[in-house]
Design a protein around this ligand. Sequence first.
Ligand SMILES: Nc1nc2c(ncn2[C@@H]2O[C@H](COP(=O)(O)OP(=O)(O)OP(=O)(O)O)[C@@H](O)[C@H]2O)c(=O)[nH]1
Ligand SMILES: [Mg+2]
Length: 244
Amino acid sequence: MCRSVDVQQAVLAKNDGLAATLRSDLAGRGVTTVNLMSSPGSGKTELLGQVLRRALDGGLTAAALTADLATENDARRLARSGAPVKQLLTGGLCHLEAGQVRGHLDGWLPAGTELLFVENVGNLVCPAAYDLGETLRVVLMAVTEGEDKPLKYPTAFGSAHLVVLTKTDLAEPAGFDEAAFTANVARVNPGVPVVRTSARTGTGAGALLDHVLAVRAGAPPHAPALGGPAGTHGTATTTRTAPA
Ligand SMILES: Nc1nc2c(ncn2[C@@H]2O[C@H](COP(=O)(O)OP(=O)(O)OP(=O)(O)O)[C@@H](O)[C@H]2O)c(=O)[nH]1
Ligand SMILES: [Mg+2]
């Protein structure tokens, strides 16, 4: 038991080191990196496609790396935006690690990329423990998932710089209690901004992009309840729950 905890801590510590180097390399290349985390099917790909299109329409250079256990479906969907997109297959792993991200960026990330979006594997547990060297960590949740999810997944919600509520077009039929959701978010991560979105109506993609661009322009990201100082996540081994 102790030995397996030691191994987990060592894995996370190694990841933190690689993530810190990656963060510094990406910042040096002028790349703002956004890590998108949510449970499967929350709407990451659908929303990201809209954000990429808006970024490109606004004259920005944006790219996306999307991770799944299997299929290239999401890369195909995201490529319709016109942005460079790469599919990362994790070979059965339920989360992304910094070393994998680095391996897929090397030799692929186009020079001059300003915004890099990384769509994590659909999972609210394991991805939360792994720093990917991101500038912004975003956790998404659909209104159909239930207001209590921030309390049930405190690491994912507590370590985020930004929370995105998706599928708000379904709030009424789902009987979603937004006030309870907002209160639960505030309990695990006081002060974290929440952006409401619907890929069906097109609501919120602009607000999400604006938030990313504000941070890129120098606005300090929210300091999450869990994690290191704003803009860094190099403390997984001491402040985050290790993955099961
Ligand atoms: N009604 C509604 N449906 C949506 C919305 N966004 C996504 N969907 C649908 O929800 C399903 C899942 O969306 P995806 O974008 O694939 O979700 P995901 O989080 O990328 O899923 P994984 O990559 O498998 O984790 C699809 O059928 C989408 O069309 C939305 O805002 N409103
Ligand atoms: Mg997806």
